[in-house]
Design a protein around this ligand. Structure first.
Ligand SMILES: Cc1ncc(COP(=O)(O)O)c(C=O)c1O
Length: 343
């Protein structure tokens, strides 16, 4: 199968497996794991922050961040289809006691006016405050869309003006920096906390980092322990992260090029793919004009050997490129998708 369901489906490469096998490890809970420490320092520097902590998943990184910036009863403001809103099982309420205000976005983006309006104090209670704005870049549910830097800066500045902490779910921030052609810190340094995921375009089996100030990351260690996320010889996984930063960052541009090539081939052949929407490693295909049901379309694709996946939008499917997809896969997938959806 040409598996375009997600960039999370990759297997560790030979080189990554070697790095895992040779990893120097120690007791991470005691902060004695050299590979974890090296990864944390490296990612903090990469993202323009003082410190970082290594956690098993990006979901845990996001959830810890929400707890750092709030008290139970506070309000989280986020785009309505953000990962923290629709894919984290209500964790914001369960873990941090937050009420989430999902704001309709455009391409996953909010405007300063929307943030200002959402942060207005509640008329009901004197002490129910909007505490956090969480943004996502690239934005998964809108198809890997990328925030323009100027617009991002304006929204973050507005959030600060109205007293919000700002968290970036940058699970795919390296795709965003690749798409914009800027260092990742140009995007991330302006946030209080930032999540980076290792198991997406970077191709690691698992792992994520949360970065921020020394003070916030000290508190984050405690929260991580509370989540049951304080590990032992975790360097076995962190070594994969260090390897990925050395070997899998520059190649993200190839994933983006391949997504565009696929999108162009499908659009040229008359399938409903909007090239304007292809900004990173996602291609979105709208089934509505084809009159196909989602389950039917996915089954047809699977029958010809192509994995695509659904999105929060009922008629939209996505194909995601990653390090196991090469140019031949893209050429073959274009033909197979056409054959499956046109017949
Ligand atoms: C934008 C975004 N944030 C967070 C996550 C959560 O990642 P994990 O599966 O490591 O918890 C994902 C996973 O798809 C994601 O796309």
């Amino acid at each position: 199968m040409i598996d375009l369901r997600s960039d999370t489906v990759t297997q560790p490469t030979e080189g990554m497996r070697r790095a895992i096998a040779e990893a120097a490890v120690g007791d991470e809970q005691k902060r004695e794991d050299p590979s974890v420490t090296a990864l944390q320092e490296r990612v903090a520097a990469l993202l323009g922050h003082e410190a970082g902590i290594f956690v098993p998943t990006a979901t845990m990184a996001n959830q810890i961040a929400l707890k750092l910036h709030s008290r139970p009863g506070d309000v989280l403001i986020a785009e309505e289809n953000a990962h923290v809103v629709i894919y984290e099982y209500g964790g914001a309420a369960a873990h941090a006691g937050l009420m989430t205000l999902g704001v309709p976005g455009n391409r996953g983006r909010l405007t300063p006016a929307q943030v200002r309006a959402a942060a207005e104090p509640s008329t009901k209670g004197a002490d129910q405050h909007a505490a956090i704005l969480a943004l996502e870049n690239t934005h998964n549910a809108s198809g890997g869309r990328v925030w323009p830097l100027g617009e991002l800066g304006e929204v973050v500045a507005t959030a600060r003006e109205v007293g919000l902490a700002v968290h970036l779910d940058g699970a795919r921030i390296l795709n965003a920096s690749t798409a914009l052609g800027v260092p990742p810190a140009d995007i991330s340094a302006r946030f209080d906390t930032v999540t980076l995921c290792l198991s997406k375009g970077l191709g690691c089996p698992l792992g994520a980092l949360l970065v921020g100030s020394h003070e916030l990351m000290e508190r984050a260690w405690r929260e991580k322990h509370l989540f049951g996320g304080a590990m032992r010889q975790a360097g076995i996984v962190a070594a994969a992260g260090v390897y990925a930063l050395d070997h899998h960052v520059d190649r993200l541009a190839d994933d983006h090029t391949r997504a565009r090539t696929l999108a162009k081939a499908l659009a040229t052949a008359g399938l409903p793919v909007d090239l304007e929407q292809v900004e990173s490693n996602f291609v979105q295909l709208d089934l509505a004009p084809l009159g196909l049901e989602r389950a039917d379309a996915l089954a047809r694709l699977l029958a010809v050997g192509v994995g695509m996946s659904s999105t929060p939008h009922p008629t939209v499917l996505r194909a995601v490129t990653h390090l196991e997809i090469d140019d031949d896969d893209i050429a073959r997938a274009s033909e197979l998708i056409l054959a499956a959806l046109r017949s």
